[in-house]
Design a protein around this ligand. Structure first.
Ligand SMILES: NC(=O)c1ccc[n+]([C@@H]2O[C@H](COP(=O)([O-])OP(=O)(O)OC[C@H]3O[C@@H](n4cnc5c(N)ncnc54)[C@H](O)[C@@H]3O)[C@@H](O)[C@H]2O)c1
Length: 426
């Protein structure tokens, strides 16, 4: 294992800068994203790791510590790189700061196919070598290719209580805190689903409702298209439908489904398989079946990319018919696409606010700010998400300040306010 400090090069998805592109309008922010983003700096710490048994490479990148603590998931995928982990760590740091959570941002990744034999053994050796971080400073969670149940099993074998062990150290009575947090994690929504699985999508839906309000639209006259209908996109679709919004287009990995008067979201979600793909045999005859990327051009008020990174690229911008983009996936819009959308008058509500619901909820739970009544959790997230999105949309409508830039502003201010604060978990 090698441990290095501050070796980051500061490059990231905004490394090419914020150039002015062709278009009809003007956008006042002409300075590069790299200069505007207060989080675009080298990480505070990083660990590069090589498995002595298989040679698998892995990384822990701690972008920011707040009160000595950082949070961020552990992913496993063949081809994972140090730069990918560093970008995700920075995104986590921005996310926790945007919500004023008393914890910094981190991420870990292993370049390994999670289905390969012995993958859990690699994960266990990785965590064994990272034990000092897990014991004192880093709270991890499931991520791409790593299920929470796998993490829990590995943590148990290593003799660590659970993946939020480091946070428990800040509690005067860890056993009581653990009982309280476990009770909170077991809470279900009204449909019997664990809150932790649905609250991220609920937050995206609240971001969309705030956008609709800023456009002067009632939910019933708002239309939405969603790319990706898994945990995030499916949750967003569910709560938007429940709020009376017409979700007229959705896409999974197999294609786009479109019905201008609104899709039957509960029925389509019920027809999904384990990978979030809808059984086409169940799709009613009046639903148009279109190519996969057609969702990006759907004639709607709000477009929600909720599938993969970099799905909304510069070459697709001319086709976008939505008035606003709300990012549910991580980094679904390339910087060049975001710039061209802004020039076309289409703001992008950034990922690190719109998709932060689950991360924020977990820390509210740890801090005892929400408990076992799901309405407290939904209410808190609704208030915080709608407030932040309304602020960004106001700044966009009044002065054409891109939402990501407004959000960087309040995230940086929150981080400054949290600096050197002693973190205690009740
Ligand atoms: N799950 C979370 O708690 C969470 C939290 C924050 C951010 N995110 C981000 O949200 C995104 C989606 O995560 P998820 O957990 O919902 O994933 P998921 O695996 O549950 O669902 C992915 C969905 O996207 C569809 N899809 C895949 N490729 C597609 C393509 N090219 N075009 C259209 N649809 C496609 C799949 O069919 C599926 O419906 C990821 O970027 C993830 O990092 C997830």
């Amino acid at each position: 294992m090698t441990l290095t400090h501050n070796p980051g090069d500061g490059r990231g998805p905004f490394g090419t800068g914020f150039r002015t592109g062709p278009g009809t309008g003007t956008v006042p922010q002409t300075d590069p994203y790299t200069r505007s983003d207060p989080f675009n700096r080298p990480p505070e710490h990083e660990v590069a790791w090589t498995d002595p048994v298989t040679g698998t490479r892995g990384w822990l990148v701690v972008h920011t510590l707040v009160g000595g603590l950082a949070t961020g998931g552990t992913r496993m995928r063949a081809g994972c790189t140090r730069d990918e982990v560093a970008d995700l760590a920075r995104c986590m740091a921005t996310k926790t700061a945007a919500f004023g959570l008393p914890v910094g941002g981190a991420k870990a990744g292993l370049s390994l196919d999670p289905r390969s034999p012995g993958a859990l053994g690699v994960l266990e050796r990785f965590f064994a070598d990272l034990r000092p971080w897990l014991e004192r400073s880093w709270v991890t969670a499931e991520d791409l290719g790593v299920a929470q149940s796998d993490l829990d099993a590995v943590f148990a074998r290593l003799g660590l209580d659970q993946s939020f062990h480091a946070a428990m150290l800040r509690s005067p009575n860890p056993a009581t805190t653990l009982d309280r947090v476990r009770a909170g994690l077991a809470v279900q929504d009204g449909d019997g689903l664990p809150l932790g699985d649905v609250i991220g999508g609920y937050g995206v839906a609240q971001a969309c409702l705030a956008v609709a309000a800023s456009l002067g639209l009632d939910p019933a006259e708002t239309t939405v298209a969603i790319q990706g209908i898994g945990t995030m996109g499916g949750g967003a679709a569910w709560y938007l439908h429940e709020a009376g919004v017409r979700v007229t287009a959705i896409a999974d990995a197999a294609g786009t489904l479109f019905r201008p008067r609104g899709l039957d979201i509960p029925a389509l979600l019920a027809a999904r398989d384990h990978f979030g793909e809808i059984d086409r045999a169940t799709v009613p005859a009046d639903v148009e079946i279109l190519p996969r990327d057609a969702v990006l051009a759907a004639p709607v008020d709000i477009l929600v990319p909720a599938a993969v990174s970099y799905s909304l690229r510069e070459e697709s911008v001319a086709d976008v018919a939505a008035r606003v983009v709300v990012e549910a996936a991580n980094s679904p819009t390339t910087p060049a696409a975001e710039e061209r959308l802004a020039v076309r008058g289409i703001p992008v509500v950034p990922d690190f606010v719109a998709n932060a619901g689950a991360a924020a909820w977990a820390w509210w739970l740890l801090q005892g700010q929400v408990g076992t009544d799901p309405q407290d959790s939904f209410g808190r997230l609704r208030t915080e998400m709608q407030g932040k999105v309304a602020f960004m949309m106001d700044a966009w409508q009044a002065d054409r300040i891109i939402p990501r830039r407004s959000a960087w502003g309040f995230a940086a201010a929150n981080l400054t306010a949290l600096a050197d604060r002693e973190i205690t978990i009740p």
